[in-house]
Write a protein that binds this ligand. Structure first.
Ligand code: SF4
Ligand code: SF4
Length: 221
C-alpha cells in the first residue's frame, strides 16, 4: 500500500514559502519516493529549483517514514543545529508527514512553520510504478466480505450500497463519460462467479459518513 501523492504546482509552493529564506527539506523515503514526489531525487529536484529562486537550503533529510513520529524524533535530533538556522520546513510527503513533523517539532521549535509541496491523493493499490489505483477509502466498516472483495465505496462513483444506479450503460458508469466500469457490475459479476448472488440481493443502509469521516483514532495501548 502506498499513500499516493502528486506534486503541487511549483508556483503554489513558492507562494506558500514566500516569507522564508532558509529552508529545511524533509522528503519521505517511502510512499512519496515511490510516487516520485519525494525521496532523494524529489528532494534534490526541489532543492535545485528553490536555490535558483534564491532560497537557502539549510539541510535536506530523507527519513524512512515521515509519518512515523518515532522516526522523526530521531532524525530531527540529528539536525537540531540546522533547525536553529531554518525559517521553515518544506515537506515532500503526504499530509500525515506534515502532521507528524508539526507534532514532533512543536515543543522545541514551535515557531518553525511546516509547508507541504505535494497533494495527497489517496491510499493506493500499486500495479506498477506510475500506476496506482484507489481501491479502499478506509471507511471503517468494511463490506468486502459481502461484495466479492470489490469495494463499492471506491469502485462506485457515487459510493452506492445497493447495486447499480440508472446511470449504468453496458456495464459502464455515467460519471466520467462511460469510460470506467460500473463498480456494481464488477461486484455482481464477481459474486456470480463465487456463487454468492444472495449478497447482491441484500439491502444495505446508506453509509453513515458522520461515523467514519472525521477525528478517527485507533488506540490499543
Ligand atoms: S468497504 Fe471499501 S472503503 Fe470501506 S474498508 Fe472496505 S475496502 Fe475500504
Ligand atoms: S453507474 Fe455504477 S459505478 Fe456509476 S454511479 Fe451508478 S452504480 Fe455507481
Amino acid at each position: 500500500m502506498t499513500i499516493i501523492t502528486t506534486k503541487k504546482p511549483f508556483e503554489e509552493v513558492l507562494g506558500a514559502i514566500k516569507n522564508a529564506k532558509r529552508l529545511t527539506i524533509v522528503s519521505c523515503g517511502s510512499c512519496a519516493a515511490m510516487c516520485q514526489t519525494g525521496g532523494t531525487e524529489g528532494a534534490k529536484e526541489m532543492a535545485d529549483k528553490l536555490e535558483k529562486e534564491g532560497f537557502q537550503i539549510t539541510t535536506v533529510i530523507v527519513p524512512e517514514e515521515v509519518c512515523d513520529n518515532r522516526v522523526m524524533k530521531q532524525d530531527f535530533r540529528k539536525i537540531e543545529e540546522d533547525l536553529e538556522n531554518t525559517d521553515a520546513i518544506l515537506t515532500l510527503s503526504c499530509g500525515l508527514g506534515v502532521a507528524s513533523i508539526t507534532e514532533v517539532l512543536s515543543k522545541k521549535f514551535p515557531n518553525i512553520p511546516v509547508f507541504i509541496g505535494t497533494n495527497t491523493e489517496f491510499m493506493g493499490m500499486t500495479e506498477r510504478i506510475g500506476r496506482f489505483f484507489m481501491r479502499c477509502r478506509g471507511c471503517g466498516d468494511c463490506l468486502l466480505n459481502e461484495t466479492g472483495g470489490i469495494c463499492p465505496i471506491t469502485t462506485c462513483a457515487k459510493s452506492l450500497m445497493n447495486g447499480p444506479c440508472g446511470g449504468m450503460v453496458d456495464g459502464k458508469c455515467e460519471v466520467g463519460k462511460y469510460e470506467k466500469d460500473c463498480g456494481w457490475i464488477l461486484i455482481y459479476n464477481r459474486l456470480k462467479e463465487l456463487g454468492r448472488l444472495d449478497f447482491f440481493e441484500k439491502l444495505r443502509d446508506p453509509v453513515d459518513w458522520s461515523e467514519s469521516g472525521h477525528q478517527r483514532e485507533v488506540v490499543w495501548r
